[in-house]
Design a protein around this ligand. Sequence first.
Ligand code: SF4
Length: 274
Amino acid sequence: MKENLGADEKQIANPACALCEGENRICMTDIITGKRYAGTPPLGCPYKEMQETIEKSLELYKEPENAKMALISARQEFQNYEWLPGRKLKTNITRIEEIMDFAKKMGYKKIGIAFCAGLPWEGKVCHQIFEAKGFEVVSVCCKCSSTPKDSIGIKEYEKIRGPGTLELMCSPITQALVLNKCKVDLAVLMGLCVGHDTLFIKYLEVPVVVFAVKDRVFGHNPIQALYLSQGPYYARLLKPEPWEAEAFPEKTHGRYDDILKWLEGAKKEEAKEK
Ligand code: SF4
């Protein structure tokens, strides 16, 4: 495990909560009995080794907006569960309903949806649902700046539809600035691409909640990749790179081959002109 300089200004191992299991999770309680676990967590356990940072974070919950948000989101979490006879735990509320419940409890009236142009139907239904429940709704599409991708340095051969086409860039910074300008109370992220979501969040000045994230393979349900990593189809995810070339040394990528041919032709043309 790599060492780093922790926020508590002492040398600690990197926290690895995700690899801490069962009774070793001493920061947690058993979901049925409510009793605290008492095992041995891995090195770098924040609960054991970063008390100073934990105390600092707990102070932040005392700030009025944080206090309200923390309380309401914990209540929202509570309301999602119901005990059935025989101590069977049932969940009740879908994510879109939870977003609206949370917004109402927070007193938010104006919701801003930042959606991906690849999900226009989903953006429309989201807009209609929030409106039907009484919110003032702003929705802004990722292509709203209508700016060609060439302006950010995308080359002809990097265009999805191929060289010579007009391809417009996603403008997450524009989406953030539009929602800031419209003074929405809460922004809802709807299926933005990886990296575009990062830029959107970077420039947003209002609270944000994620409704959906983009996964072009798994119908915007990226967790499927984790389940399939346990079987033959996506086991490659758990293998060190390079994995694809090793597994399929003869594999060619049709579209990229076309692009390579196009590039070859373009270079020949260029040479002739010289
Ligand atoms: S805080 Fe400590 S005990 Fe809790 S999950 Fe992380 S490593 Fe495990």
